[in-house]
Design a protein. Structure first.
Length: 255
């Protein structure tokens, strides 16, 4: 299950004592025209990274955050090429902002949940446990968040290639966390965008995948790629060597 913060911290947090902010997002740039967008006023375990992969003809947006605030204006300040948004899984903090985009991609096995949001997207846990340090506006109420129903315009399969002009990104179907979980591989740079499947969790939470065997098989598959950097769905990027160590620690963990 997801992390449960200190009870006193959760009880002290209220709509009335949190500031209202207009800078909901933070950005950080990485080599090869990669930018991370994060919702800086939510604990990063509860809000996924948004990755902008800038291409000459199009830009791929891997994951879209919670959707509490539209990331579109900020993304359009980073790139002026057409946007393609792809959800790595159906969880609220990866697909929650998908509805803001004209081109919206997901795997067929997760598209049904995204189009008909339920607690399978994790919003119930988010409302119960997520810790905020600020709110985006006076109308937003803690505990009332729910994802917006979104129809995926494109359904992705394993091996699909996004052509961004001067670069290409391959879709890898790695079921386990959800049965439609995806990661995104760029052979040219060795960059792997791991979504909910691959990230280093400093909290060391016990968060079992939907299907343990598929999850472990998928992780083993990823170890066959010459990965230089993993841009995970949460927290900081890490190296290909650390990926091997991470997979070693995950295999057998949920037996």
């Amino acid at each position: 299950m997801r992390i449960i913060p200190d009870r006193r911290l959760r009880e002290e947090m209220s709509d009335f004592n949190l500031p209202i902010v207009n800078d909901w997002y933070d950005t950080k740039s990485y080599p090869n025209n990669v930018t991370r967008i994060s919702e800086k006023y939510i604990d990063p375990y509860w809000s996924g990274n948004i990755w902008v992969i800038k291409g000459s003809e199009a830009s791929l947006i891997v994951d879209t955050g919670t959707g509490i605030v539209s990331p579109i204006p900020l993304i359009e300040s980073i790139t002026n090429t057409p946007l393609i948004a792809a959800a790595s899984c159906h969880y609220y903090d990866h697909a929650g902002g998908l509805h803001y985009f004209d081109r919206r991609c997901s795997h067929p096995l997760d598209a049904a949940v995204i189009s008909d949001p339920t607690n399978d997207m994790g919003a119930g846990h988010f409302n119960q446990f997520a810790v905020f340090s600020a709110l985006p506006n006076k109308e937003f109420k803690l505990g009332s968040y729910y994802p917006i129903s979104t129809i995926s315009s494109d359904l992705l399969c394993d091996g699909f290639i996004f052509d961004l002009g001067n670069r290409s990104i391959e879709v890898l179907h790695i079921p386990g966390r959800t049965m439609g979980s995806l990661v995104f591989w760029e052979e040219k740079t060795g960059n792997l965008f791991g979504g909910e499947t691959v990230f280093v969790d400093p909290y060391l939470n016990n968060f079992p995948p939907k299907n343990v065997q598929s999850y472990e098989d998928g992780l083993k598959r990823l170890c066959q790629y010459p990965v230089s950097t993993i841009f995970g769905g949460h927290f900081e990027p890490f190296s290909g060597k650390e990926l091997i160590d991470l997979v070693g620690s995950e295999i057998g963990r949920y037996d």
